[in-house]
Design a protein around this ligand. Structure first.
Ligand SMILES: [Fe+2]
Length: 306
């Protein structure tokens, strides 16, 4: 029995030295400015979340990953965990309440509740025709605009750790995350651990938190859902034309089964666009080799930002 069950992933907080440059990157990536203060940038998707990413001004650093709690009572429960902060007001745009924790690798974990919602931003969806179903958009006109992808929401975070077992057990015990898939090497060491939210009988994304074995304690990447495959390709070309650094993609994953595209920001923080992820209720096991797209680059596998 976990201490609480997290409701969702809320945002990730990093530090970089140039907020103007960060805002340009995230705008090209497909996020929208929610608020900007003297020392922090709050970016949103087109969903109702007030922000899905926070950039603070400072030396490059991964600060924290934030999860939403179902209730303020859950925050009070968490505040009893050894090392947890008291329940505090969030003195930032969007407000709300928060408890700070630290995972076994020392990363900040914010658990939040009551942050303001915003009216969602309308996004046009075009149905995709295929041979089985036929003409889903018969009689309608589909026109796609060149430009950034449309980020809808934050989907998952990936942390690297020399001891992923201890870290993932902490997240499961503290936030009620559930096992989806694990990859173990021939010596029995945990290499990858995919974990999802526990929403009972509701299908959820295959993973909201992935722990990856590696030398560095840090964030490998943070992933955002975009509209569809066309939106992903439009965003790919937009980021490429703007001169950004494409790490891996476009391709199709095995475990989450999503179409992916990974980009590095100017400070080596890595962000993913994805669409068409697998929704699951139970854990499974499959091969790690994808059906299409480039093989896993070593650069990707070894990457983490402290
Ligand atoms: Fe990912």
């Amino acid at each position: 029995m976990s201490i609480i069950k997290a409701a969702d992933l809320a945002y990730v907080r990093v530090r970089v030295p140039d907020l103007d440059r960060a805002e340009r990157f995230f705008t090209d990536f497909g996020l929208q400015r929610s608020e900007r203060t003297a020392n922090a940038l709050y970016m949103r998707g087109s969903g109702a979340a007030h922000h899905v990413h926070i950039t603070e001004q400072g030396d490059p650093k991964f600060v924290s990953v934030a999860f939403t709690a179902h209730s303020e009572a859950d925050l009070h429960t968490l505040s009893q965990v050894p090392g947890a902060s008291r329940v505090e007001n969030i003195e930032e745009p969007g407000g709300g309440k928060r408890v700070w924790l630290r995972d076994p690798d020392g990363h900040g974990v914010e658990v939040v509740h009551g942050i303001a919602s915003l009216p969602p931003v309308a996004v046009t969806h075009h149905e995709l025709n295929d041979a089985k179903v036929g003409l889903r958009r018969a009689g309608t006109l589909a026109r796609y605009e060149k430009g950034p992808s449309n980020v809808l929401r934050i989907g998952h975070a990936v942390l690297m750790s020399p001891d992923p077992r201890a870290v993932v057990e902490w997240y499961r015990e503290t936030l009620g995350l559930l096992w989806s898939d694990e990859v173990v090497d021939p010596e029995g060491n945990l290499v990858l651990s995919f974990n999802r939210l526990d929403k009972g009988e509701e299908y959820v994304d295959h993973h909201v938190l992935l722990l990856q074995r590696g030398a560095v304690r840090g964030v490998n990447h943070v992933a955002f859902e975009i509209r569809d495959v066309d939106d992903l390709m439009l965003g790919h070309e937009h980021l490429q034309a703007a001169g950004y650094d494409n790490v891996w993609g476009v391709g199709r994953h095995v475990y989450g089964a999503q179409v992916f595209d990974y980009w590095m920001d100017p400070w080596e923080f890595m962000y993913e666009h994805w669409t068409d992820i697998r929704g699951i209720l139970d854990g499974t096991f499959e091969s790690v080799v994808g059906p299409w797209g480039a093989a896993l680059p070593e650069r990707f596998a070894l990457h983490a930002h402290e």
